[in-house]
Structures are given as structure tokens and as C-alpha cells.
Ligand binder design. Sequence first.
Ligand code: HAM
Length: 454
Amino acid sequence: MTEAAPKKEPRRKFQAIRGTRDLLPPDTALWNHVEETAHSVFSTFGFGEIRPPVFEPTELFARAVGGETDIVSKEMYTFAASPESESDESSNETISLRPEATASICRAYIEHNMQQLPQPVKLYCMGPMFRRERPQKGRYRQFYQIDAEVLETVRPDASKDAAKELTKDAIVDAEVIEMVMTIFDRLKLPGAQLEINSIGHAAENCRRGYVEKLRTELLKIKDKLGTDSQRRIETNPLRVLDSKLEHEQPIIATLPKIADHLCDDCKTHYAAVKRELELRGVFYKENWRLVRGLDYYMRTTFEITAQGLGSQNAVCGGGRYDGLVELLGGPPTKGIGFAIGEDRLILSLQEAGRSSLVRRGGPLVYVAWMCANAYAAAVHATKDLRAVGVRVELPPVEQKLGKALERADKLGAHYALILGDNEVAEGKWTLKTLADGTQQKFTETQLLDFLKKL
Ligand code: HAM
């Protein structure tokens, strides 16, 4: 009796996980262009690059971003730090994929004693962040940020002149905002609009007083609010101002405004930020409802929106966070920074047709070698051309001329470098311009010169 052949299971076809995606050529050329532009602007403003790990203790994000925020309470990817078999002390700890970079940069600042460096320390980083949000256009579970932070530990001998300190901070804020607007200008981001606000600081007579007043007012109209806003009356009334629910908009418009409750220091600081932005020719709109979704902010908050993005139109968010480093166990330190949402930035550039403006290297040369004799010369010519920066496609098989030209055309090559018996005997190569079919003969030196100039 013959055994029945085992039933073949259909092979599973894998797909990228919901909310994640592959970034593919030619789009990746635009990603590289954006990142190179950012590297170059950061360097002109004196920022250095830091590359923190993509996971950290969950506790770091809970403490920095805030345990009650949506980011920490609902959206983090969290897992056990070590397998159960490893019995080190930290095995009970959980770790999380980073939902943002500010907490990691502050942790690194403390860990590497950067308060001992000349202050302020200006750092930036780029890379993937992870939030388990409902995916939609411009919102992903793995997305990319370009993040910049300025950190300055307050020395015991620092100036006691409060007004001078406030102006100095405002200048730093304005310069950071000017820097991100410079990146957007260089990239010709369409319709970049900056909105700013001051949310005061945590002291009794400033934000705390305002939050209490807001809570009292919100409790009076609780029934008219949606469930999220109702919950936030207790957890974080400021976040009610952020609501996008249509029926809440007229209600929110009548709520007390923080600008009317800022203490004198916060008022001085906010006025100086606006003055400094004007000095730098940076246009802004004030938005008293701009409170941001992370807990660490104080005084300056800002967001930048761009065209072509639908509801997820914020391409950058940031603000000041004096005290965060101290909250994470470091010395009293001031901080200000932002993160650009790179996915949204790219989307907006693509919608505006900017991707075609990105140069993808020089012309492409297809090496049409047509006999075994020509192969070694083709390999050497390819190596020499690539060494001077020419893009070259060398087919791994001998081809007839017609076939080679057809393939060169499909690949979008500008030139075909023809190497057959005649060319090898003559020591000269034929370069065919594919657009018009014209041909020229060159020695190798002439060829390199000609292509280098392009
Ligand atoms: P954030 O507002 O949470 O701020 O994020 C900054 C930007 O990242 C957003 O404006 C958006 O462009 C992008 N972004 C956020 N979530 C997603 C997502 N799920 N999909 C695509 N893009 C997204 C922060 O992260 C702060 N750490 C910024 C900061 C730095 N503040 C001070 N320093």
C-alpha cells in the first residue's frame, strides 16, 4: 500500500503589519533628500547628532511623557525586558518601543553627564518611533521623526537677573523655531503655517490657577461634552481645548483663555518669543488652544501644519520643557525642542509634486558588452566610471545590441556604452545617446572626462 502524500498547506503570504509600511525607491530618494537637508541645516545651527536606542524602560516614557497621556496609557508597544529564564534584577521591568525621542535624549544627557559640557547642548536625531494608533493617511504605527533638542543645565552661579534669563530663553525658543522653518523653507514645503502659544508654568498663580478655573467652568457644562472631554475634566482639563469634536467647538470658544492667566514672568517670556520671531522674519499665528498631548511642556508650545494632509496635518510639534531632566533624576535643566513627522512632511512634498525635483545622481550608463573579448574591458570601464561617480548598469550576460538597447531603455538609461569586437580592437568605445540615437567614439580617458562633466 502506498502512503498518501502529505497534504500541502498553502504557503502564507506575509504582509507588512497594519500601520507599518515599506518605503521603496524612488520615494526613498526623497526621504534621503529630506534627511540630508535636515543634517545640513542642523549643522549650520551648531547641532550634533545623537542616535539613542529604539527601546527604553517603560518607566522613562511614563515619567517623561506622562502616565495619563494617550501615548503612554494606550499606544506604547511594551514587553518584558528579559526572558523569564534570565534571572537578573531587572527581569521584572518592562521596556517599550520609543513613542518619541525627547525622553531618550534627556536620559542620555543625564547618563553621559552632558551638564559638564559647554551649555547649552544642542542635539538632534532621526529615526522610527512607534505608537499603536488607529492607522489612517499620515498616521502610522511605525513612523519617522526628525527631532531636535536644546538642553541647558542651570549653573548655581547663573545670572540672578530674571528678566535677562527670560529673554535669553525666549531667544533660544525663537532660534529653534527659526531652524525648523529653515528646514521647511529649504524643502519648499507648501503652506507651512506656524502656530504658537504659551501654556504658562506649573506654579500656583500661573497654569495651576488656570487649570482649576478651567475645570470649574468645564464642570458647569459637563453634560454638553463628549465622553473623552468629560474624562479629561478630571485627568487633564487642558486637553479638552485640543478636542476636534465639532459639537464641542462653540463650547470651547467660550472657555477662559490661558493668556489672561499667565503670571508676569510667563507673559514677559511669551512677549519676547513673539518679538524674537518677528526679528527673524518668522511668521506665526497665535492659537490659545494649542496645549499639546505630552505632559512635559511649559511656556512655549508650537505646531506647524502643511498642505495636502487632510486631518493629520501637523508636520511638527514642539515646545519648552524646563524641569524634565530633573524629573528624570538629572540636575535642574532647561529644555526646548521639536519633532518633525517625516512621513507627513514627505506626503505633503509629494502631494505638491516636489518629489520630481530631487536629483537622483547623474545620468545612467548601460554597458552593452557583446562578446567574450569585451567582458574584461567592460568590467574595468564600469569600475572606473563608478569611481568618478557615474551610475553604471553592467549586465551579467552577453547580449545582442538590439536586446541591450531595449533593456537600457527600460531601465531609463541615458547612454549605452557599446563594447563589441570592433571597439576592443580599436581601443575606443562607442557612446550612444539614447534620447536621439547619436553616437560618439571615445578613448577611456575621453569617456571619463565627458561623463564626469555631466
Ligand atoms: P508629537 O506632537 O507627539 O511631539 O509628534 C511630533 C510629530 O510627529 C507630529 O506633529 C506628527 O507630524 C508626527 N507624528 C506623531 N504621531 C504620528 C503617527 N502616528 N504617524 C505619523 N506621524 C506622527 C513629540 O513627539 C515631541 N517629542 C516633540 C518634541 C520634541 N517636543 C519637544 N521636543
